[in-house]
Ligand binder design. Structure first.
Ligand SMILES: [Zn+2]
Length: 65
């Protein structure tokens, strides 16, 4: 299978200058706007903290009964 270097990964619009930037670029080639990197870890971190808090509260609850 031939690897096509011009393969279209899709584009996204630069929020700074509005130019179409290839989706695999993490920086705008025109104005050098850095695209925010999506991290699954930082997105799920508040949920993990909430679950840990609920477990902590569930363990403490018998002390107040
Ligand atoms: Zn730009």
């Amino acid at each position: 299978m031939k690897i096509d270097s011009s393969h279209d990964f899709g584009t996204r619009e630069c929020p700074s200058c509005g130019v179409r930037v290839p989706a695999n670029e993490n920086r705008c080639p025109i104005c050098h706007y850095p695209f925010p990197v999506k991290s699954t870890l930082s997105r799920s971190a508040p949920l993990i903290a909430l679950v840990l808090l609920l477990i902590f509260l569930a363990l403490l609850l018998p002390l107040f009964l």
